[in-house]
Ligand binder design. Structure first.
Ligand code: HEC
Length: 153
């Protein structure tokens, strides 16, 4: 009987958690229809589009730039070139609109500033990560969890 109660309690918890999670998702979708514009890439690894691959590379670059900058080292565009992701095929072609390209221009100049203003790379790196967050608030919000780990502190 005791185990039965424990099981019932566990099931009730799972139910509540899954409900609130899907609730959140629905809200997010309502706010932004393009929120899930990248969800398919994680489902089928063979169907990863070039834009998603470039995004992964950029996220990896940020992981290691973060460590280097924290260690007081300089980063450069030879080792960390900006990926021209805005020219690459996305999972969901409806992202290719003015707002997206405007956001791409913001990160392009932030990345350029990071590589040229070598005296202030910590601040410049922060601006790059802010640009990632900014675009991901409009498109493909899933990776935000990963992006939130990229700031220096
Ligand atoms: C101009 C908008 C924009 C900017 C800026 C941007 N992203 Fe993205 N990101 C996207 C879109 C759209 C996708 C979905 C790509 C696809 O599935 O084809 C994506 C996908 C991703 C993914 C998931 C890739 C996968 O495995 O499917 C990661 C991780 C990611 N971005 C990280 C970053 C990081 C880190 C930065 C900053 C260096 C960044 N993004 C900047 C729009 C942007």
């Amino acid at each position: 009987m005791k185990t039965f109660l424990q099981l019932a309690f566990l099931l009730a918890c799972c139910y509540i958690v899954s409900c609130s999670e899907s609730g959140n998702k629905e809200n997010a979708n309502k706010e932004n229809p393009k929120d899930e514009s990248c969800v398919q890439t994680t489902k089928d690894p063979n169907e990863v589009k070039p834009m998603a691959l470039m995004m992964r590379t950029m996220a990896n670059y940020c992981d290691s730039m973060r460590l280097e900058i924290k260690a007081g080292k300089k980063v450069d565009s030879i080792r960390y070139p900006l990926m021209p992701f805005w020219t690459a095929e996305p999972t969901d072609s409806s992202v290719l609109e003015t707002l997206f390209f405007d956001n791409a221009k913001i990160i392009e100049s932030a990345w350029h500033a990071l590589m040229t203003d070598t005296a202030h790379q910590a601040a410049r790196y922060t601006a790059v990560v802010d640009a990632c967050v900014h675009c991901h608030q409009s498109y493909c919000s899933g990776p935000l969890r990963r992006i939130k780990k990229l700031p220096l502190d």
